[in-house]
Design a protein around this ligand. Structure first.
Ligand code: NAD
Length: 461
């Protein structure tokens, strides 16, 4: 555990005072040395290891996440991101030489990454550990101070982070709370705001940031489509689809939202899905230790209303008392139905039939740019059509969601699904300014060629 160099106000204290204390630490140069950054990442690793059981309990309390799922999608992922940052920190922080054109020589040019200052990280509830700590790893690697605002809808994880982070990390403050506290935070001056959540609040964050021209990263959501055709390996496709959709009871930003299956593949997909769902969660998913619950009553009501249209293939069992919704698959869903007009963010999988990949491309392009696009096909023409004729935050062939586990791939949205990206080096870049530094000797004074009075020789430059 590390000591605290910033004299931060205790939790629950004044927000402007907290931000001012962090800024004082940053201005004093506390966070700049690579050794300081390394110490923070090492301390974060210790935090995760020392308090694994408490984290598992908090995730269970908030979302009924099973222990294995918590490791796969939260604790393990954050540890991996942290190790990646530790391994590459020296390389990332090193200034890069840039080539100088002949007419500028003699001179040396470098790109010098520098921290931005005090960053604000606003996190959502669905992966309350990962989506708070992964951006923080980027902010710390880049040498920033940070305020972290976990989601009030995951109160157990929020309270745990508020307790643990200040005990392990220097120049990091946690402000718990909801709209009121976030609004107060957004009234402060930050050097970067990193927001993950829905687009409505994303607009509020971007609007507040615009007042002080603060740069923002917006990690938003949307409807991530899945294209499946007759060349797909159907049993593996069904398994991966069910895993992607029903993990965390569908409350994943990159979960497959809906399926566009070709007519020729439809029957085989529908035949495979019920069996793989039972394989994963048993005949009664309510009793499965691996199946989660809906975060709150509002989302539970919203989701049950979305089941009104389409034919039921699997599911339709709900229990308001437990906020349980069984894995549900709907077929022949009208494209204009409510389940197709908003991000589902729950365990309901609508399946629509298309003629071919071209109809799928048109369908996708008629809607907002998704956060992820998934395609299960061996057909290279179909793969190329999806790659070249659609735009999405990411594109994965033959598996949903796993691109998040590749730290060398920047993760982020495009259009309505967000702006900016992070993970691995992309996180470091997001929280850094790439400062160009040019140094030119005074002798020989080659710039004489461009001083007035200008002659025809000036054109030679
Ligand atoms: P949420 O309700 O927890 O809100 C996110 C954050 O915004 C919270 O910290 C909350 O306190 C704050 N907030 C809420 N209302 C606010 C307001 N009026 N003013 C200021 N701050 C406010 O989470 P959510 O938005 O329901 O999260 C789900 C959404 O997030 C989905 O759309 C999902 O796709 C998206 N998401 C995206 C990613 C990604 O990485 N791109 C990851 C997870 C979730």
């Amino acid at each position: 555990m590390t000591g605290t160099t910033a004299s931060l106000p205790r939790q629950g204290q004044d927000i402007p005072e907290t931000v001012a204390a962090l800024r004082a630490s940053f201005d004093a140069g506390v966070t700049r040395p690579t050794a300081w950054r390394r110490r923070q990442l090492t301390a974060l690793r210790s935090l995760l290891r020392d308090h694994t059981s408490a984290i598992e309990e908090a995730l269970y309390d908030d979302l009924r996440k099973g222990r294995t799922e918590s490791h796969l999608t939260e604790i393990g992922g954050v540890l991996a991101e942290n190790e990646h940052a530790l391994r590459h920190l020296d390389g990332w922080t090193r200034p890069r030489r840039a080539a100088v054109p002949l007419n500028m020589k003699p001179a040396t040019a470098r790109i010098h990454p520098e921290p931005l200052g005090v960053c604000l990280i606003i996190a959502p509830w669905n992966y309350p550990l990962t989506l708070t700590l992964n951006p923080l790893i980027g902010a710390l690697s880049a040498g920033n101070a940070a305020v972290v605002k976990p989601s009030e809808l995951a109160p157990a994880t929020s309270a745990l982070l508020a307790d643990l982070l200040p005990r392990y990390l220097e120049a990091v403050a946690v402000i718990e709370g909801a709209v009121e506290e976030t609004t107060q935070l957004l009234a402060q001056r930050f050097d970067h705001i990193f927001y993950t959540g829905n687009g409505t609040v994303g607009r509020i964050v971007a609007g507040a940031a615009a007042k002080s021209l603060t740069p923002v990263t917006l990690e938003l959501g949307g409807k991530s489509p899945v294209f499946i055709d007759e060349t797909a390996d159907m049993i593996v496709t069904a398994r991966r689809l069910a895993w992607g959709k029903f993990t965390n009871a569908g409350q994943t930003c990159v979960a497959p939202d809906y399926v566009l299956v070709t007519q020729a593949a439809r029957d085989r997909l529908l035949a495979a899905l019920p069996g793989v769902i039972t394989e994963m969660f048993g005949p009664d998913p309510r009793t499965s230790p691996d199946y989660g619950r809906i975060v709150n009553d509002r989302h539970f009501r919203r989701l049950t209303e979305l089941m009104a249209e389409g034919n039921l293939l699997v599911g339709d069992v709900c229990d308001a008392a437990e906020r349980y919704i069984a894995p549900t698959v709907l077929t022949d869903v009208p494209p204009g139905s409510p389940v197709m007009s908003q991000e589902i963010f729950g365990p309901i999988l609508p399946i629509l039939t298309v003629r071919d990949v071209h109809e799928a491309v048109d369908f996708i392009n008629a809607r907002d740019k998704p956060l992820s696009l998934y395609a299960f096909t061996r057909d290279t023409t179909a793969r190329r059509a999806l790659l070249e004729r659609t735009s999405s935050g990411g594109l994965v062939y033959n598996a949903p969601m796993i691109h998040l586990g590749v730290p060398n791939l920047p993760f982020g949205g495009v259009g309505e699904s967000g702006m900016g990206a992070y993970h691995g080096k992309a996180s470091f870049d997001t929280f850094s300014h790439r400062k160009p530094v040019l140094s030119k000797p005074t002798r020989p004074d080659t710039l004489r060629l461009i001083y007035a009075p200008h002659t025809s020789r000036s054109f030679a430059l």
